[in-house]
Design a protein around this ligand. Structure first.
Ligand SMILES: Nc1nc(=O)c2c([nH]1)NC[C@@H]1CN(c3ccc(C(=O)N[C@@H](CCC(=O)O)C(=O)O)cc3)C=[N+]21
Length: 286
């Protein structure tokens, strides 16, 4: 291994320490930040993610507000749950765990969240604010990636960044974040219609892969010394028959990259830390 690993877990722990202090200061003003989660159905992966978020909350002193609905919940039941959380003053921000069961209208659900309580930063109004450069809660994964690079002194200003993937939760908003005046990176947003992906990734100082394709980025696709960020997380069945998660970056890339944000232990913990950050920021605003 030649690449330096950028430890998202350690950096997230640092951020949680900072948040704990901010939560304490809020307590002196009589404010306890509250994070809500809405989980529809009992997918074990989604349950595990939601449990992780509540564990994080307990660690920093944020109150947890859990709403669980059965897999066959009606759209009206979901709508009502969102209306309750929108009206609950103890809930400073909340998330609806995605994906939702197929019979529910994801777009409708995301639009029913009060944009000021949008802890994920994925509400269309907030994505629009991001486009326009207005103040808004930022999408957690893109924000976590920028924060991790910043805290490890990876320069963004003037850097050529190849983002692979144009999804609504990572690639698309990440391109917007990185091209803000405050970051000033130059971004090439690559996707399944890109004709010569390797030409773009080879030309980049920083390659961020959020395609959901295991092993997509291979050693021949980067310039030696490049910074590589693995955002992929795909459940695969290993040769032992057990399920495990795998990233979008081929393990051999660690021999060629200068710095690597690994999966696990990279972007995931940072995403969770940014969710907490969004809630604390909202509570500080009063
Ligand atoms: N409304 C909504 N918001 C989300 O932010 C959201 C979602 N829906 N649906 C599912 C995806 C997935 N996601 C992850 C977050 C952290 C890890 C994470 O921390 N992973 C650990 C490994 C697993 C663990 O240790 O728990 C790591 O990368 O080191 C993984 C995945 C958030 N998502």
């Amino acid at each position: 291994m030649t690449a330096t690993l950028l430890d998202g877990k350690a950096t997230a722990a640092e951020i949680k320490d900072e948040l704990r202090a901010r939560v304490k200061a809020l307590a002196e003003r009589g404010i306890v930040p509250g994070l809500g989660t809405v989980l529809v159905g009992s997918d074990p992966g989604s349950q595990a993610y939601v449990n992780g978020k509540h564990r994080d909350c307990a660690e920093v002193g944020i109150a947890s507000i859990r709403r669980e609905l059965p897999a066959d919940a009606t759209q009206a039941q979901v709508d009502e749950t969102l209306a309750e959380l929108n009206a609950d003053p103890a809930c400073h921000g909340y998330i609806v765990q995605l994906p939702l069961p197929g019979h529910l209208d994801t777009q409708r659900v995301l639009e029913l969240i009060d944009p000021d309580k949008d802890a994920d930063g994925l509400h269309p109004v907030n994505l629009g604010r991001l486009v326009l450069g207005y103040d808004a809660p930022l999408p957690c994964t893109p924000r976590g990636i920028v924060e991790l690079l910043r805290r490890h002194d990876v320069p963004l200003r003037g850097a050529n960044v190849a983002v692979v993937g144009r999804g609504n939760t990572v690639g698309r908003p990440l391109g917007l974040l990185l091209t803000r005046r405050s970051e000033n990176a130059t971004v090439t947003l690559c996707h399944t219609g890109t004709l010569d992906l390797a030409a773009h990734t080879r030309a980049a100082d920083i390659v961020i892969v959020a395609a959901g394709v295991p092993g997509l980025l291979t050693t021949d696709m980067i310039t030696p010394g490049a910074v590589v960020v693995d955002v992929g997380i795909t459940r695969v069945i290993g040769s032992d028959g057990k399920g495990r998660y795998t990233g979008d970056v081929d393990p051999e890339v660690a021999e060629v990259a200068g710095k690597l944000v690994p999966m696990p232990g990279g972007v995931g913990p940072m995403t969770r830390a940014m969710l907490l950050t969004n809630v604390v920021e909202r509570a500080e605003r009063g």
